[in-house]
Each structure stands twice: as structure tokens, then as C-alpha cells.
Design a protein around this ligand. Sequence first.
Ligand code: PMP
Length: 386
Amino acid sequence: ASGSSLLSSASCNYSKIEEDDDGIINLKLGDPTVYERYWQEMGDVTTMVIPGWQSLSYFSDNNNLCWFLEPELGKEIVRVHKVVGNAVTQDRFIVVGTGSTQLYQAALYALSPHDDSGPLNVVSAAPYYSSYPLITDCLKSGLYRWGGDAKTYKEEGPYIELVTSPNNPDGFLREPVVNSSKGILIHDLAYYWPQYTPITSAADHDIMLFTASKSTGHAGMRIGWALVKDRETARKMTEYIELNTIGVSKDSQLRVAKVLKAVSDSCGNETAKSFFEHSYDAMYERWKLLKQAAKNTKRFTVPDFVSQRCNFFGKVFELQPAFAWFKCEEGIVDCEKFLREEKKILTKSGKHFGDDKSYVRISMLDRDINFNIFLHRVSVSSNSTL
Ligand code: PMP
């Protein structure tokens, strides 16, 4: 897929997220439209009116190391992590980015030596998030380069290991795998939220990346944040974003601040379901149906997950990831091709994630209508597409 866009192939039409005229269902991306219904039901709670005289200055807070971070967003980030208990924010620097995609690049810039020691290898255990190699190598940087599967990485010297937990694409919880003391870790915690996984402790790593895209579903606002222990790393990440985009849209930051506030407020509301209860229920239902279909048809498998106690919900449950790591059985070698040609379902082949073609990644975050059609099609034996 080298040269293709991060989101999909160039031919992907983003406006066609519903079933199109040919009955094709596109579950290739992790477009989080499952959350649309909740936010519609919330009405005006997150509506904002921004007057034309606002957001003229580049600057948000000259006293903050990350001078383009809107104070209101910083406050709501700290609050939501406290409410959920999924990450330590005390004594951390917050760096805001245009999605966690920009923060990933900022972290690579900040962690790589800027002398002539050559590009630093960046590794992650396969199956890894397919955008990592593409982003890492797209500019053929002299600072860093994609080093492949962390499980087989044997080189001497410093390197960066990406730890995505829960992982995209397979949903498992992860820890670093390279056996060396020379690694610098970046924890991508995009999915460490209670609708996807039990929250067992407040994550306390050196660099943790989060995003509005997968927490509240507001991918289009393009806001991510990094919680960073080390001042110099946070300063360099800020410097990268300054060089790259001279900051991050204030309008988007203010909207995410309002959304996060609504999420935290909903958690203290005894009378209505909180955002996380609502989204947990949606994911629970989908995974229950998908697992049932796998069991009934035996034509495909999805991973088995262990149960753990979630401190946020105060109950034990299994992971219910944002993607299904779906394996075609019955001798089907190319699962992506089979689903595309026989079922008119577009998915992302395992080969993009450093794995084999019998696997595909399927979004569990699409609208109900698409999820239900998908479920029906993989459950029936004929190549009928409904
Ligand atoms: N990390 C992981 C593991 C992801 O799955 C995604 C989105 N697919 C991102 C980062 C990028 O998120 P953002 O929309 O914030 O750039």
C-alpha cells in the first residue's frame, strides 16, 4: 500500500459511508459514526456559537509550554481522565495536536537524536496499526525510519517502540515486546476507554497519546492530546507542531473541550445513561451478535478476549474493541478479496498490518444500518448480499 493514503486507497469515497448504489458496505476505516446517535440525542448540550472576532490570535496561553493549547481544553482533558481513571495527568505536560496522527509525528521528531547518528528505528509488534509505517517513512526522514515488527527486531542501539493498547487492529492489550533497555516507548492509548476495554489502572507512561476520534467519536474535529512526563520532550513536540502547522485550530479545541465537558458531566448524572454507558452498550451488543454469528456459521473467527474488572464501571467484562480482527475460515486465503467479491463488504487486509491475508480488519464503529447489513451478509451461506 505504499503511496496510498493513510485512510484508504485513493479510490475511497468518504461520502459513501452508507451502503451505496451497488450495495457495497465500506468498513475499511475506523470512522466512528456509531456515536452519532448519542450526540444527536444530546441535542444542544455541545452546540457552540463562535463569534467572528474570536480566534484571531495564534496564541492561546503564553504561560503554557504548549502555548497553543486552549486552557479550557487542558482543563477538560485533566477532568475526563480523572473521571474515567484511565491515565495519570498529574505532573504531566499536555501537548495538543491535529489528531493524534500529528502528535505521533511530533513524538518521533522529539525523540530522535538530531545529530548525524542516522535514522532511529521505529518498531511495533505485528499486527500493528497500518498507518504507522506509512507516516514514519512518507518523508524519508534522516531522523527516523520504520523498523518493522518489534517481535523480530534484533538490532543494537536505541530505537522507538510503539505500544498500542488496546491494539489496532486486533484489540488485544499490549506491553512492549523488544527485550532491550535502549528502547524509547510511545504508548498510543487511543482505545483505552471503558466502552472498549476494562479500565484496570490509570496509565502512567512517559508519552501517552489520546484522541477525540476514538474516545467521543469526533474524528472530524481532528484533536488529539499527548500526556508527556519529560519537559524537554514536550517542548520538542510543541516545537514540531509549531513548525508543522503553527498550532492547532482553536475552534476545534473549544468544541472538543465542550464535548469532553458533556462526557464528564454525563458520568455524574444519576438519572440518565452516561456517554460511556451508552457507548459500552452499543459495543457490547455488536460484539455479542458478531461472536454469535461466528459460532453459528463457523465460516469466520474473531479473537477471544479475557475478562477483567473495570474500575470505572465497577464490573467485570471482556474487551469489545473498535475493530474486529476477522479471520476467514474454510480455506479462504485472501479474506479481503472474498468479502469484497462475494459479500460486497470492503475491509482492510491483514497484509497492511504486517500479518497475512487470511485476516481482515473490520470497523465496529459504523452506523447501525451498515453494521447490521454486514452481520447479515457474513452470516448467510450464499453469496447473496441482501
Ligand atoms: N492511533 C490509533 C491506534 C488509531 O487507530 C488512530 C485512528 N485510526 C489514530 C492513532 C489516529 O487518530 P487521529 O484521528 O486522532 O489522528
